[in-house]
Design a protein. Structure first.
Length: 545
């Protein structure tokens, strides 16, 4: 009976990894278990879709008069029937599991994890439902550091009158309903996409564990969510000279660590910590801004205090909408080595408003401002360290006009960052020149650099001179204060070329490992010797020989 209860309440076994000379294999349930599990999974997916279209369902039920006494009685009968089907399916699945030697062995081993000193070794042998994975790290485990104040970009309502706030209330209420139903799923389509790419996620996770020696970890956030993470440790491994640097990967709105951006720093030889948004993969919750912030906060605490990477050995890497969590983490952990933002925007509102009818703009504005306020630019401006931006030259997602460089919101992110850091360099005089440069193709940019006689050596000397005589902190208010227009334009173009690199691709093409690099302080020497992806391959070949 005890084994039956374990099988009834236990997680799905997905894969048994290689161990003790045995080959890895995907777990194949017998017919009885498969029948019960298919019904359970179907009901679960149906419930998820029902939540997604709940406003339409409520409207249809109302039209069908289902909220009358007779209608409510009918709904209760349907609920009882569905509950009975679910209970029968769970029991059927349990009977199938108890007849499987592989599953019984797994569930007994899983039961030992709580008391065994080899729990990590036991867990590394299996892939199973993440809800049953033991928690490895909790946000409160680090004591005082967990309770320090966090920085947030708040909505600015203090200058609005009570009358204005009252008028905006209905729109805000509708915005709340929209955001919590269809809005969050439109902004993060991975919440739906994951139900169609499950096998690919399993395959990707298997590669990370079996090929890259990754370790799956479960983190608990301050708001009670559990975050699914994967850590690949390459410290002290001679074939990976960049292994002492940890790259924390913040995925896009349809990205997962199993099949996402982590491949780039992995190929470049770094240690990597990937994590899934709340509501993605094994992570619980929904990817609302506050839950996203708490998730990346737990990831950073885990990296610092459990994985023992010092901040100067951590690079935060965000792709697309992952720039929001990456910039928030950078703002709250200002001592990290560097931040890399790939195909990222300045704020989500212009992109959201661009795809909606003009008549919907008040609703879009209220929804974004109060529920989905993703302000990457304001957050990254509060990070004092090195920043590198990648822009996709044919980006069709964060451009207001698909594939048009001039409308790429990465331009606005760059301009806002440079204007904050170098207020006397990027001003009303140089901004139009920078806009022209950012809108031009490569040959035209080269001609502009030649026309304005931009010299990298001269610009570097000016920056070094300023930092030696004044400070290397931002904003550099004294730099360029008394310069003539041409000098400002030269420095502005130099800085733009240093802070942003172009990648000739569309939005979703993985960034090549050869382009991935840790940015350095502009104008300062660095003790970090960068090793390229090609260097990593050469070193590995030499070690193999």
């Amino acid at each position: 009976m005890a084994t039956f209860i374990k099988c009834l309440l236990g997680p799905r076994l997905i894969r048994v990894y290689a161990s003790n000379g045995n080959q890895a294999l995907n777990y194949e349930p017998n017919g009885t278990e498969k029948l019960g599990d298919n019904i359970v999974q179907l009901m679960n997916k149906t419930l998820q879709v029902a939540i997604y279209v709940s406003p339409f369902i409520v409207w249809m039920l109302y039209k069908k008069n289902c909220f009358s006494n007779e209608g409510i009685y009918s709904l209760m009968r349907v609920t009882v029937f569905c509950t009975a089907v679910c209970a029968t399916s769970l029991a059927t699945r349990a009977f199938g599991r108890i007849r499987s030697q592989e599953y019984v062995s797994f569930i007994n081993n899983l039961d030992k994890v709580r008391t065994s000193a080899d729990s990590e070794k036991i867990l590394s042998r299996y892939d199973f439902d993440f809800w049953a994975w033991p928690v490895e790290f909790k946000w409160r485990d680090v004591g005082k550091d967990a309770d320090k104040p966090r920085l947030y970009i708040e909505s600015k309502n203090q200058n609005r009158s009570i009358t204005d706030l009252a008028k905006a209330l209905p729109c805000q209420l509708i915005g709340y309903i929209v955001a919590n139903t269809i809005g969050i799923r439109l902004l993060y389509p991975g919440t739906i996409l994951q139900y169609f790419i499950g096998p690919h996620l399993v395959d990707g996770r298997s590669r990370l564990v079996e090929v890259n020696k990754g370790r799956r970890c479960k983190l608990e956030t301050r708001d009670g969510n559990y975050i699914d993470t994967m850590f690949v440790d390459r410290r002290s491994r001679p074939e990976f000279p960049n292994g002492d640097i940890l790259v924390v990967c913040c995925e896009g709105n349809a990205g997962f660590y199993e099949v996402g951006m982590a491949v780039t720093p992995l190929e470049a030889g770094y240690s990597v910590l990937g994590w899934n948004h709340p509501g993605f993969g094994g992570s619980t919750g929904s990817p609302f801004p506050s839950q996203e912030q708490n998730a990346v906060d737990a990831v950073m605490q885990f990296a610092l205090h459990r994985l023992n990477f010092p901040p100067e050995r951590i690079v935060i890497y965000g792709w697309s909408i992952g720039g929001f969590t990456a910039s928030w983490a950078a703002m709250n952990y200002p001592n990290v080595r560097a931040v890399i933002l790939d195909a990222t925007f300045d704020h989500v509102y212009p992109l959201a408003a661009n795809v909606m009818p003009n008549s919907w703009k008040p609703l879009v504005s209220a929804t974004v401002k109060h529920q989905l306020n993703l302000s990457v630019a304001e957050q990254i401006m509060r990070y004092p360290g090195p920043v590198l931006l990648f822009r996709r030259s044919r980006d069709e997602i964060i451009s207001l006009e698909a594939g048009t460089l001039a409308s790429n919101r990465g331009n606005d992110l760059l301009l806002k960052l440079l204007k904050f850091r170098f207020p006397h360099i990027v001003d009303e005089v140089t901004t139009p020149v920078l806009r022209e440069w950012l809108s031009a193709d490569i040959p035209e940019r080269v001609r502009m650099l030649s026309r304005f006689e931009v010299s990298d050596e001269s610009c570097l000397r000016e920056l070094q001179k300023y930092t030696e005589e004044h400070t290397d902190s931002f904003p550099m208010r004294g730099l360029g204060e008394s310069w003539i227009e041409r000098q400002k334009v030269q420095m502005a173009l130099f800085l733009a070329g240093r802070y942003m690199l172009d990648f000739d691709s569309t939005h979703c093409t993985p960034l090549p490992a050869s382009m991935f690099r840790s940015p350095r302080h502009i104008g300062l020497e660095s003790d970090f010797v960068e090793v390229t992806a090609e260097d990593v391959k050469t070193i590995k070949r030499d070690l193999d020989d």
